[in-house]
Design a protein around this ligand. Structure first.
Ligand code: ATP
Ligand code: MG
Length: 421
């Protein structure tokens, strides 16, 4: 038995292009994880007749309708009125909703007023859906024939929490065909999506295995899915071996590239210091994203001007004059000196041409040099990624950190990074 779920998203801002309907996208992803599919998404204006017509239309093709938005205190927030009209019931003041509202407002130094109190009114016969992150609670209504309507706040973080905590369990309970899928993720960095795709294709996985790709640039994520009764282990082994341990930085879907690096640095009790030119501190920013980064990250010298490279990082003016600031010779010294200056396990340095100006035939925009000075060895890598400024900088920062990851894991250092091609 299929269990069609639809969304009625209200808001003039969704129809005039001011806001993108990310709530539906979130539901679509969550349902697909459970082997279910969204039946329909309808975007309507904050308008009575549009809302009623929308509910009617969706009720003819759905078993469960989620409404998004229109639960606020203003006059254009019509959802609770429309849903009660659709079910032919009135509204009542829900004491739990009132208590929640009063508590929520009190914490922010406000009191319940005549417009806010509207949010404590729910359709007669409904069950309240708590909204821990906002004022307006949602509610669930069930019709005699089993049709369910769940009304949620439109504010994305509130919507997501309410959906995940209250609506998804209800869908799973009712959708008898909803199969929990087992999933395995491989997060990679260092090769383009086309290459990763070819590697997986050559694995010739059984048809029960669904493969999906996500280009979370500059990372490429691969996911294998199958119903729980299927033995996925052989496919997982095959893919793991085909991609190889140097390309895969994590198999934990929740773990970021930077968290993985921090984990490896902690395991080796290693620290890192950065000397950054074209990345302007971006590597330091990446390294400090994860709580606990002070255990592994010592500091950074943003040596943007050549004078800073010379005075702070002891790069001789002659070396800059001879090879240019964007050169292997310069990043070698920058990495070594920042490592010494800060007493770090790894000193890393980047210098490049991020553009749009400043490129030459020899060093076009997108050329960057990375220097790594480690406890066992030091090396430099020349990379090229012809793109726009922000992407070049992102890639340069990623490649630098990926080289440290590979050093920590004892993987070979590639001669180039053909990322994103
Ligand atoms: P509020 O109490 O804030 O009025 P609400 O439940 O009435 O909440 P809306 O007024 O429709 O919800 O929207 C609240 C905020 O969430 C707005 O900033 C709106 O742009 C945004 N929003 C609404 N619907 C969506 C959606 N489908 N996707 C993404 N953002 C949305
Ligand atoms: Mg509103």
């Amino acid at each position: 038995m299929s269990f069609p779920v639809s969304i009625l998203a209200t808001g003039s801002e969704l129809l005039d292009g001011r806001v993108v309907d990310t709530n539906s996208n979130f539901v679509a992803q969550a349902l697909s994880e459970c082997g279910l599919k969204l039946q329909r998404v309808l975007l309507v204006d904050d308008d009575r007749s549009e809302l009623v017509a929308g509910l009617r239309e969706l009720s003819s093709v759905s078993r469960l309708i989620i409404t998004s938005g229109g639960l606020g205190p203003t006059t254009d927030d019509l959802t609770r009125d429309i849903v009660s009209e659709f079910f032919g019931v009135g509204l009542y003041e829900e004491p739990k909703a009132r208590t929640h509202l009063e508590g929520f407002l009190k914490k922010r130094g406000r009191v319940l007023d005549s417009s806010n109190i509207k949010q404590a009114y729910l359709p007669v016969g409904s069950e309240m859906i708590p909204n821990e992150l906002g004022t307006a609670p949602g509610f669930t209504m069930v019709r005699g024939d089993g049709l369910v309507v769940c009304s949620l706040s439109g504010v994305p973080r509130e919507f997501k929490k309410m959906f995940t905590d209250s609506v998804l369990p209800l869908i799973m309970e009712r959708a008898q065909n909803a199969q929990r899928l087992q999933k395995v993720s491989f997060k990679t960095f260092g090769m383009p999506e086309s290459y990763v795709g070819q590697v997986i294709e050559r694995c010739a996985l059984p048809e029960q295995v669904i493969v999906s790709y996500r280009a979370a640039m500059p990372e490429i994520h691969v996911r294998l899915k199958a119903v729980e009764s299927f033995d996925l282990s052989a496919s997982v082994e095959k893919v793991r071996a085909a991609l190889g341990p140097s390309l895969i930085f994590s198999e934990d879907p929740q773990q970021s590239f930077f968290e993985r690096l921090q984990e490896l640095l902690l395991q080796k009790r290693a620290t890192i210091a950065t000397a950054e030119s074209c990345t302007g501190g971006l590597i330091a920013e990446y390294l400090t994203r994860t709580p606990g980064s002070s255990e592994v990250f010592l500091g950074s010298v943003v040596s943007y001007d050549n004078a800073v490279k010379e005075k702070v990082l002891q790069v001789p003016g002659g070396v800059i004059a001879q090879h240019g600031a964007v050169s292997a010779e310069v990043v070698r010294i920058m990495a070594r000196e920042v490592r010494n200056l800060m007493g770090a396990t790894f000193g890393v340095a980047v210098s490049g041409v991020a553009g749009p100006g400043g490129g030459t035939d020899e060093k076009p925009v997108g050329t960057f040099f990375i220097g790594i000075a480690g406890p066992e060895r030091s090396f430099e890598l020349r990379c090229f990624y012809g793109s726009e400024r922000s992407i070049i900088r992102t890639y340069a920062a990623y490649v630098t950190l990926d080289l440290v990851r590979r050093e920590l894991q004892g993987h070979p250092i590639p001669s180039s990074y053909p990322i994103g091609a």
